[in-house]
Design a protein around this ligand. Structure first.
Ligand SMILES: [Zn+2]
Length: 403
């Protein structure tokens, strides 16, 4: 029975088929025609798929330059920002700056402000792929014209890079007025900063808020120095925290140097605060002067002792050195200071240049306020200290016999 039951539907279908031959043929033609929409649909699907694939393949090359443009636009911004933050840069010219640990922050800050744009115009190393859209927009702005006109030369020693520009007329006696002990008393520091310059302002390593105080001084047109505390010979005098002492081992002298030279940026060199004992010590001064040599800085010897070893060591190492000619205010009266200023003029006339050191006392501020305005009329040039360093470098014969 199972056999019958399986055959019987076939027989029935066969019987129906025979009976409905004409309609089967019609239906067969209809069924045949029913494939046409499916075939057309299939062709359409293949066609659309081809279009999609083709357009996708076609977009690869046009979209690449677009991405490249965005990358180029973002690169200057990113590069400048990285240098400003002191992040290691792929630019090999940045390498010497990075080594100048003491002045490094300033180089990078100033480099970012003044030289970022010209550097960005040079061929750029590959940049990190991930970028915020906000980084792209400012980079499209044109760089300041001044920055492009005066690219910084990182191969210059720091003292030249941070020198206040000056071009005194040849043959005119030069006077540099250095005011040190700055930064501790804010009011007196501000009064000195407000005097007409260029003065050379030396800030104590251990003063507070040095970045702001020195930036204000530099913006007012004064040259910057670090005033470095060193051991005095008088037992009662305290040179202050992190002073250089003869009893320190060389590693500690170096550590204190690194600390002090990293306190702010944009200075041309250092001069000694006190130091009548330490500057007599050749071993200690050699460590100091080697570090100044490495960093491209100047040493101004305050000459708190006649037996200072700094000039001889500096010359043997090739460190630019200048020395104080006159202390202005050992006696803090306007009359005494005026007399010292007259002595500065006399020395400048005979030697071609003279260096005065004063302090932020009220009497010194008052005396300078009277003396500075007539200086040019009396035939002198008020110069930043770097101008006298440069003169000595250009005329080395004067160094051995001069101040
Ligand atoms: Zn001092």
């Amino acid at each position: 029975m199972p056999a019958m039951s399986t055959r019987s539907p076939a027989k029935n279908r066969s019987a129906q088929t025979r009976r409905r031959t004409p309609s089967r043929r019609r239906r067969g033609r209809r069924n045949h025609r029913a494939w046409i929409p499916y075939a057309l649909g299939g062709v359409a699907v293949v066609f659309v798929a081809g279009l999609v694939l083709g357009s996708h393949l076609g977009q690869i090359s046009p979209s690449e330059p677009v991405r490249a443009t965005v990358r180029d636009a973002a690169a200057p911004m990113t590069q400048t920002r990285l240098q400003g933050e002191g992040t290691p840069s792929a630019d090999p010219r940045a390498a010497p700056d990075m080594r100048d640990a003491g002045n490094s922050g300033s180089e990078h800050l100033i480099t970012a402000m003044t030289a970022g744009a010209p550097r960005a115009l040079a061929p750029k190393p590959p940049q990190p792929a991930v970028r915020e859209p906000s980084e792209v927009v400012p980079a499209a702005l044109p760089a300041p014209a001044a920055a492009q006109a005066e690219p910084q030369d990182s191969r210059q020693p720091a003292w030249q890079r941070y020198a206040v520009p000056s071009d005194p007329p040849a043959g005119r006696p030069m006077i540099a007025v250095v005011i040190d002990d700055l930064g501790i008393n804010r009011k007196q520091t501000r009064e000195m900063t407000e005097l007409p310059g260029p003065l050379t302002l030396a800030f104590m390593t251990y003063a507070d808020d040095l970045a702001a105080q020195t930036a204000a001084a530099r913006q007012a047109g004064h040259e910057l120095m670090i005033h470095f505390p060193m051991e005095p010979s008088g037992a009662s005098a305290d040179p202050g925290p992190n002073a250089l002492l003869r009893s320190l081992d060389p590693a500690e002298v170096q550590r204190r140097l690194d600390w002090g030279l990293g306190r702010f940026e944009g200075y041309i060199g250092i001069n000694n605060h006190m130091g009548s004992a330490f500057t007599e010590d050749p071993a200690g001064m050699e460590i100091v002067l080697r570090e100044l040599k490495r960093r491209g800085l100047v040493f101004l010897d305050s000459r708190t002792t006649a037996k200072t070893t700094a000039p001889g060591i500096a010359r043997s190492l090739g460190v630019p050195i200048v020395q104080r000619d006159v202390f202005l205010d050992n006696v803090q009266s306007e009359a005494a200071i005026a007399a010292q200023l007259a002595e500065v003029e006399r020395k400048a006339r005979t030697r071609g240049a003279a260096i005065a050191i004063g302090h932020p006392y009220a009497a010194t501020v008052a005396a300078l306020r009277d003396w500075l305005p007539g200086l040019e009329e009396r035939g002198f040039s008020l110069v930043p200290l770097s101008a006298i360093v440069r003169r000595d470098e250009e005329r080395p014969a004067l160094v051995s016999t001069g101040h």
